[in-house]
Write a protein that binds this ligand. Structure first.
Ligand code: ATP
Ligand code: MG
Length: 395
């Protein structure tokens, strides 16, 4: 008897036309995720089954729990589709658990089988009552719900349902570029964007020597954690020092952050076009700091037409922290290395910036050329979850 992980497509998408694409993307993602394990993946119209080596079960389940697009799965026993094998296996499985009431639910996709679903349910229920003492059928609130999925050659039997990560398979939406700082919010924003199926790559603005190499290492570590959910994440490191220094030399200091963020968005806009990304993602949360009031966002947003997705915009900090802990980025995010925003924070950052004031400051220096130079000098890292590389050669 074989043990398999059974994944149903039921909740994958409500759009019928998309189903094949979703299932194909999910299958490819699972294959990639399990590439180092002995598994066989088979698909039919409504389910995917993954045969695995029992000794590797814990590790494989951990990997399955990192794949978006799986809402629930079952660990099932797979037996040949004949009544004798099904009968024996049901009794063996039920003998190993304690319960008083049960219900058997049969789904039959092989319509040529000698009994229909209801007949089979009754028959198997009778087998259990006859062979196991003191058990009762309860169709409304059974202690054990025993599922039988009868396909042409094989039948799957299970009593469990394990919650998956949910969301849509990564790759069912196009590419977007996310602004990844070393903070708590942006890794969570990226996680949530990946959950919607978006192919996210990351961009980090650094201002060396005002920021340290440790700050960059921190961002690389965060990217590695996020690469659990997407096979590979490209991290673009943008040298931002010259622009940042020019902003501080030429501008009204209360406006420095506003203008700095406008420059970031201008660069993001260019990078999106260059990399065929259709949206910008970031970790802004409404009201969290001066540059994230709605009025600030509007003035900052003015420099780009690229859609900006802010997955944590309406979450409380504590809600964001909960997710950060769950995805294991929190401990890295709270490491005390400053990034370019924290190094240059003005005393009184403006809460209600005025567009004209930004334009006046920006006129004072040739930011076009600086932006081009920053883009020309971007460092690119390709990061996977199990990367052993230390990136020393690139640091
Ligand atoms: P986080 O918001 O990730 O906790 P933070 O609080 O330091 O970090 P904010 O100043 O709140 O960052 O900036 C809001 C968002 O802008 C960040 O979530 C991130 O998406 C983006 N951002 C800020 N600084 C950088 C940076 N140096 N590189 C890339 N993106 C950045
Ligand atoms: Mg923040």
């Amino acid at each position: 008897m074989e043990r398999v992980i059974l994944i149903k497509y039921g909740e994958l998408t409500t759009k019928k036309g998309n189903r094949n694409f979703f299932v194909h993307t999910l299958t490819e993602n699972i294959k990639m995720k399990l590439k180092n394990y002995h598994v066989t993946i088979k698909k039919d119209l409504s389910r995917m089954s993954i045969s695995f080596d029992l000794e590797q079960m814990d590790e494989i389940l951990e990997k399955i729990n990192q794949v978006f697009g799986i809402h629930a799965y079952h660990i099932a026993h797979k037996v040949p589709s004949n009544i004798e094998d099904i009968k024996i296996e049901i009794l063996t499985m039920l003998k190993s658990i304690s319960f008083s009431t049960f219900k058997i639910e049969v789904k039959r996709s092989d319509k040529t089988f000698s009994m229909n679903s209801m007949e089979l349910e009754r028959f198997l229920g009778g087998v259990v009552l006859k062979n196991l003492e003191g058990k009762k059928v309860d169709v409304h609130h059974p202690d054990v719900l025993f599922k039988v999925e009868l396909c042409k050659d094989y039948t799957y039997l299970y009593t469990n349902s394990i919650k998956g990560l949910g969301g849509y398979p990564v790759g069912t939406q196009p590419k977007a570029l996310a602004m990844l700082s070393g903070g708590i919010d942006s890794p969570v924003a990226i996680y949530l964007a990946l959950k919607r199926g978006i192919k996210v790559d990351a961009v980090y603005f650094e201002a060396m020597p005002h920021t340290s190499i440790e700050a960059r290492e921190k961002v690389i570590s965060l990217t590695k954690k996020l690469a659990k959910y997407k096979n590979k994440i490209t991290l673009y490191v943008v040298p931002f020092t010259e622009i940042q220094e020019a902003i501080y030399k030429n501008g009204n200091s209360d406006y420095c952050i506003t203008i700095m963020r406008r420059m970031m968005y201008r660069i993001m806009d260019r990078l999106c076009k260059k990399n065929k990304a259709v949206a910008i993602i970031n970790g802004e949360s409404i009201g969290q700091v001066a540059s994230q009031t709605l009025n600030s966002m509007a003035v900052i947003n003015e420099v780009t037409k690229t859609p900006i997705i802010r997955p944590v915009a309406c979450l409380d900090k504590l809600e964001i922290i909960d997710i950060a802990k769950k995805i294991d980025t929190y401990e890295i995010s709270i490491l005390p290395f400053e990034d370019c925003c924290t190094v240059f924070v003005p005393k009184h950052p403006v809460i209600n910036p005025v567009l004209e004031e930004c334009l006046k400051s920006e006129e004072k220096f040739d930011y076009f050329e600086m932006i081009q130079k920053a883009i020309d000098n971007i460092l690119t890292f390709s990061i996977t979850e199990d990367d052993k590389k230390k990136y020393e050669d690139l640091l």
